[in-house]
Design a protein around this ligand. Structure first.
Ligand code: GDP
Length: 288
């Protein structure tokens, strides 16, 4: 009987309004959220900075762009870096330019990593690996050489790479259907080298890439048909590798919105005279 009596005594004690009971209760109520906050805060702080990935065919100007942004970053906002990635910051309201000295201006800044993807041989396959590896991916800046896009080979190289990138993001959006869809990753097509008179303006960059992506889409689905898999398999496989609106003859970047992938295009340049890189920077700042 003794343990029961003790339990009864204990219950009576905690159920009787008294100062120590109130004090203990208040302590629990106040402390739990505070401890929870610190626990969760530490968990997110450890997860690292948000990242923006630079992708695009070789020679497009990715390294040049990274270097431009890096040089403008004030040294104290850049703590760790490897040649392929640089830590940058934009003001809390996202309005600071890449040349602004945020330390001088004071106030809070949002930090992020700009990650270059240098040196690769084959285009296909690598885009997926890089995207899959990126942590806290916020945005993709796909750099193309606006001058090279005037040539058919230039468009073909850029579009086949872009196809893989967009298809990866499309599948990613569909992968976590329901409660846990991964956050949407917007894409900026940075049409570089606008200082060259041969460079295509943004509207032409859009239309030529869209036309080439449609062509790639058709030829890839034909490739599946020719490879001798059964018609049912083809239907399933096509749905898998088909970019944008299934069955549509024309491709437009707007079709990617269906998968939460927003695609913007802006022309600019890293070197020479032209619109410069301000538009790209403010696009990035907006996504951080
Ligand atoms: P990556 O392979 O994409 O990293 O390309 P790079 O950054 O190495 O640039 C390839 C070449 O394009 C280099 O010779 C750059 O100097 C040149 N380049 C980069 N940006 C521009 C630009 O805005 N205008 C011109 N005219 N050339 C550029």
């Amino acid at each position: 009987m003794e343990p029961l009596d003790r339990l009864k005594g204990f219950l009576e004690l905690i159920l009787t309004p008294s100062l120590p009971v109130f004090a203990a209760g208040a302590l629990v109520v106040l402390l739990v959220p505070v401890l929870l906050h610190f626990y969760l805060y530490r968990a997110t702080a450890n997860a690292g900075l948000p990242s923006v990935l630079l992708l695009g065919p070789s020679g497009a100007g990715k390294t040049a762009l990274l270097t431009l942004f890096e040089r403008s970053a004030s040294t104290s906002t850049r703590t760790s870096q490897t040649p392929a990635q640089v830590e940058l910051a934009v003001s809390e309201d996202g309005t600071s330019g890449f040349r602004d000295d945020l330390d001088a201006a004071g106030g809070a800044a949002k930090k992020f990593l700009l990650v270059d993807t240098p040196g690769y041989g084959k285009l296909r396959g690598t885009a997926e690996a890089r995207l899959a590896r990126a942590t806290k991916l916020r945005a993709v800046v796909f750099v193309v050489d606006g001058g090279a896009l005037a040539e058919p080979e230039g468009v073909a190289a850029a579009a086949s790479y872009l196809y893989d990138v967009l298809l990866f993001l499309q599948k990613r959006a569909g992968s976590g259907r329901g409660s846990k869809a991964p956050p949407a990753v917007p894409v900026l097509i940075a049409a570089n080298k606008a200082d060259l008179f041969t460079a295509l303006p943004a509207a032409l960059v859009r239309s030529s890439l869209e036309a080439e992506l449609a062509r790639i889409r058709t030829s890839r689905s034909r490739g599946l048909l020719d490879s001798g898999v059964g018609a049912d398999d083809v239907d399933a496989a096509q749905g898998d590798g088909w970019l944008g609106e299934y069955g549509a003859e024309k491709f437009s970047f707007a079709q990617m919105l269906e998968f939460d992938v927003e695609v913007d295009i802006a022309a600019g340049n890293v070197t020479g005279d032209g619109p410069g890189a301000d538009k790209w920077w403010s696009w990035i700042a907006d996504k951080i």
